[in-house]
Write a protein that binds this ligand. Structure first.
Ligand SMILES: C[S@@+](CC[C@H](N)C(=O)[O-])C[C@H]1O[C@@H](n2cnc3c(N)ncnc32)[C@H](O)[C@@H]1O
Length: 217
């Protein structure tokens, strides 16, 4: 049975950090790598899409303790766990869908998202990435660490399966339910370029998890 996105993560909150740091590709090494690509200036502003319990932020604060973070996530208990970890830090947490939440224009030095965006289609992502690109300062960039489909056929299969499961369970098409529908790296790159980013680079890879950097001109 598909679970609502927020319920899915709430139901797995216990043990979530350990699972992500030990069971996912290369024991979560991608968190430290992702953090190392974010800006190191004091007071730099970073937006985190789908920040969850803040695993990438643990690594980032270790490198840049004075970063100012805005985190968006639709699961309140995940955000509560994050807030408990960093009582002293300058963090603004927004409990909402990043598809709906407005992003202030030319405001952020960088943005990051780890293991959150593989639940959505290219069509859903292009307007989100456009809003995100507009929210970055000139020369700002977006670090996307996520898992990807290795071939087009697998991407297509997961998209078809999600539609089938939603129909089977009578779920309205516009509701977010948890089901992984990773794009290929090629399609993700195309979505970022179509949204207005000037270039997209592959920065690293661990099995099916990649880190991409999309830079605003
Ligand atoms: C696998 S967790 C990743 C959390 C964190 N970035 C990490 O790597 O540990 C995915 C997160 O994305 C959030 N999420 C999924 N869809 C979202 C949406 N449309 N808007 C905001 N958050 C979303 C979920 O609530 C969950 O906390």
């Amino acid at each position: 049975m598909l679970e609502k996105m927020s319920d899915f993560f709430e139901n797995r909150l216990e043990g979530y950090d350990r699972h992500m740091r030990t069971d996912v590709d290369d024991e979560g090494q991608f968190y430290a790598f992702t953090a190392s690509l974010l800006p190191m200036e004091k007071g730099t502003r970073v937006l985190d899409l789908g920040c969850g319990t803040g695993l990438e932020l643990e690594d980032y604060f270790a490198l840049n303790p004075d970063a100012k973070i805005t985190g968006i996530d639709l699961c309140r208990p995940m955000l509560d766990a994050l807030a408990k970890k960093f009582p002293e830090k300058e963090i603004r947490l927004v409990c909402a869908s990043y598809f709906d939440e407005p992003i202030e224009q030319n405001f952020f030095d960088a943005a990051v998202s780890v293991e959150s965006l593989h639940h959505f289609t290219k069509e859903q992502k292009i307007p989100l990435y456009k809003k995100l690109c507009d929210g970055l300062k000139q020369g700002g960039y977006f670090i996307l660490t996520d898992y990807f489909a290795d071939i087009q056929e697998r991407e297509d299969y997961f998209q078809r399966e999600l539609i089938r499961l939603k129909q089977e369970q009578g779920i309205a098409d516009n509701e977010f339910y948890h089901y992984d529908t990773p794009l290929t790296v090629e399609n993700e790159t195309d979505a970022l370029l179509r949204a207005g980013f000037a270039r997209v680079e592959i920065m690293n890879r661990w099995d099916t998890t990649y880190t991409l950097r999309a830079t605003k001109a």
